[in-house]
Design a protein around this ligand. Structure first.
Ligand SMILES: NC(=O)c1ccc[n+]([C@@H]2O[C@H](COP(=O)([O-])OP(=O)(O)OC[C@H]3O[C@@H](n4cnc5c(N)ncnc54)[C@H](OP(=O)(O)O)[C@@H]3O)[C@@H](O)[C@H]2O)c1
Length: 244
C-alpha cells in the first residue's frame, strides 16, 4: 500500500515501515540520500544533504541489519568506523533478535586502508573485507591481520559470491550504504532487493555523482514503490527491485 505521511505522524510506526518479513531468508537493502537534482554529495560528502529525519531513518536501517556493506571509496570519504551501538539503539537491535553490533564489510580491490583507524576494532564482530584474487597479495596479508578477508572472484570482486559468503556466515540482513560505484556493480550482479532513497529538497548543481556511477547498466532496473514518507520536505522512498 502506498502512503505519503509525515514520518512522525500518529499511526506511522517507522520500524514497521522498514521491517523485512521474518520468513525472508536473505535480504539486501541499499540506502542513499540524493538532492532533488540527483547529487549524492555536497563538497564530497553526503552529510551536506542530510536532515534529522534522514539520520533517524539511516540509524534505523543500520539497526535492522546484520551487516553493513560499504565500498572502500565511501569508507574513506566518510571516515567510516565499525559501528558499536549503545543505549536505545542497542536495545532496538536486541528487540529484533540481532547481534549487539552489525558486522562492517568493506569492498575493495586495492585494500588501501589505515589499519589504525576505526575500521578494524579488536573486539567482535571482526570487520570483513571483500576482495578478489587480483588484489595485491601483500596488502591482503596485512589486512588479514586485522579483518576476515573474503576472496570472492578471481579477476574482480564477484558480488554474487560475496553475497553467498556473507549468508554462509549467518549475515542475512544486509544494509549496503553505497557508494555509487558499488551500487552500480551490485545492480549489474542483480543482488539488490531494495532501495531506500531519501530525496532532499535541495538543488546542488552539476559535478557530483548520482547514486549509480562507474559501470553502466545493461537496462534500466525496474522497481516497485512500497511507501513514501515525508519530513521537512524530505521524501523517504522505499522501493523493491523487480528481478525478471
Ligand atoms: N549520498 C549518499 O547516500 C552516499 C552514499 C555513499 C557514498 N556517497 C558518496 O560517494 C562518494 C564515493 O563514491 P564511490 O563511487 O567512490 O564509492 P564506493 O562505491 O564506495 O567506492 C568505490 C571504491 O570502492 C571499492 N569498490 C566499490 N565497488 C567495488 C567492486 N564491485 N569491486 C571491488 N571494489 C569495489 C573500490 O575500492 P578500492 O579503490 O579500494 O579498490 C572502488 O574504488 C563519496 O563522496 C561519498 O560521500 C554518498
Amino acid at each position: 500500500m502506498r502512503s505519503l505521511l509525515p514520518i512522525a505522524a500518529e499511526g506511522v510506526d517507522l520500524e514497521a515501515s522498514y521491517a523485512v518479513a521474518a520468513d525472508v531468508p536473505w535480504h539486501v537493502r541499499v540506502s542513499f540520500i540524493s538532492s532533488a537534482d540527483g547529487a549524492v554529495t555536497v563538497d564530497g560528502r553526503a552529510g551536506g544533504l542530510g536532515s534529522a529525519g534522514d539520520r533517524r531513518v539511516f540509524a534505523l536501517l543500520r539497526d535492522l541489519s546484520d551487516v553493513i556493506v560499504v565500498g572502500a571509496g565511501t569508507a574513506r570519504a566518510e571516515g567510516y568506523a565499525a559501528p558499536r551501538p549503545t543505549g536505545r539503539r542497542l536495545d532496538r537491535r536486541r528487540r529484533h533478535g540481532l547481534p549487539d553490533a552489525p558486522t562492517l564489510a568493506l569492498v575493495s580491490e586495492r585494500l588501501a586502508f589505515d589499519p589504525e583507524g576505526g575500521l578494524f576494532p579488536d573486539d567482535e564482530p571482526r570487520t570483513v573485507v571483500i576482495t578478489s584474487g587480483a588484489s595485491p597479495p601483500e596488502r591482503r596479508a596485512e589486512v588479514a591481520r586485522h579483518a576476515d578477508v573474503l576472496v570472492c572472484g578471481a579477476a574482480a570482486v564477484d558480488l554474487v559470491a560475496a553475497a553467498a559468503a556473507l549468508r554462509d556466515r549467518g549475515l542475512s540482513r544486509v544494509h549496503c550504504e553505497g557508494g555509487p560505484q558499488l551500487f552500480a556493480t551490485a545492480l549489474r550482479a542483480r543482488v539488490v532487493d531494495e532501495l531506500c532513497l531519501t530525496l532532499a529538497p535541495l538543488l546542488t548543481g552539476p559535478g557530483a555523482d548520482r547514486i549509480v556511477a562507474g559501470v553502466g547498466l545493461p537496462a534500466p532496473a525496474q522497481m516497485v514503490l512500497d511507501h513514501v514518507l515525508e519530513e521537512d520536505g524530505y521524501l523517504f522512498l522505499r522501493y523493491q527491485l523487480l528481478h525478471s
